[in-house]
Design a protein around this ligand. Structure first.
Ligand code: F6R
Length: 240
């Protein structure tokens, strides 16, 4: 793993944006794997700024998001679809037909998951996958205990994940109990992975994921086995 420690959140976000922009410059029709949450907000701001100043175009880029809630309509302000529209897609020249997100309201979630895997393959696989890390070591919605070979599908969310996510929920009193997520096996097939982490609260789990045993209790520890994974963390997250 390549580990980059930055001064602060801003520098973490700019370093990540640089990697994304290099990928898109080298391959204008690159396939990006994207995450939601607090961590990548600065990255999206930096990418939007690069587009606004004419330094980047996403016109040929394809994107696949990691996950979304089961049962939450896309139009809900709390859906990851909404987050992506607000923070990135609506502000750049990406084409709506190039944007893939799991639909947690699909009638047949197994079909939705299988189609998602097929679309990823049809687009040639993910060139660069952006990840954040949950307080329990989850990536995507792959919670502790998820199989390292898991594929896209429905998962139960842990109490800890639901509590953390509840802080951001605007409309719902209750965070959905399930998510639809790329599997760990799916994520590991990306050509390149960039894991981002910021803040002191991430230091403990980050240390465990990067330096502890590779074990299904800490889903992010599987990244130790990826041939091209870069971790960009701010000084606070590097505290341990
Ligand atoms: C989001 C996702 C999650 C988050 C993780 C960290 O699409 O897949 O795994 O990356 O929960 O969330 P934040 O960045 O809010 O700390």
């Amino acid at each position: 793993m390549k580990i980059i420690i930055t001064r602060d959140y801003q520098e973490m976000s700019e370093r990540a944006a640089r990697l994304v922009l290099e990928t898109v410059k080298a391959k204008p029709d690159a396939v990006l794997g994207l995450a939601t949450g607090n961590t990548p907000l600065g990255l999206y701001r930096a990418l939007v700024a690069a587009y606004a100043s004419g330094k980047a175009s996403f016109a040929k880029v394809k994107t696949f998001n990691l996950d979304d809630y089961v049962g939450l309509p896309r139009a809900s302000r709390d859906s990851f679809w909404h987050y992506m529209q607000d923070n990135f897609f609506s502000q750049v020249d990406i084409k709506p037909e190039h944007v893939y997100l799991l639909d947690g309201t699909a009638k047949n979630l197994a079909d939705e998951a299988a189609n998602y895997e097929r679309h990823i393959l049809d687009e040639g696989g993910i060139d660069l996958q952006i990840l954040g890390i949950g307080m329990d070591g989850h990536i995507g919605f792959c919670e502790p205990g998820a199989s390292f070979t898991s594929r896209t599908g429905v998962v139960n969310l842990t109490k800890s994940t639901r509590e953390v996510n509840a802080e951001n929920l605007l409309e719902l009193k209750q965070v959905p109990a399930q998510g639809l997520t790329m599997g760990l096996g799916t994520i590991m097939e990306a050509q390149k992975i960039v894991l981002l982490a910021n803040g002191r609260h991430k230091a403990f789990i980050l240390h465990k994921a990067l330096y502890g045993p590779v074990a299904e209790e800490v889903p992010a520890s599987i990244l130790q086995r990826h041939p091209d994974c870069t971790v960009i963390m701010d000084a606070a997250a590097a505290g341990e």
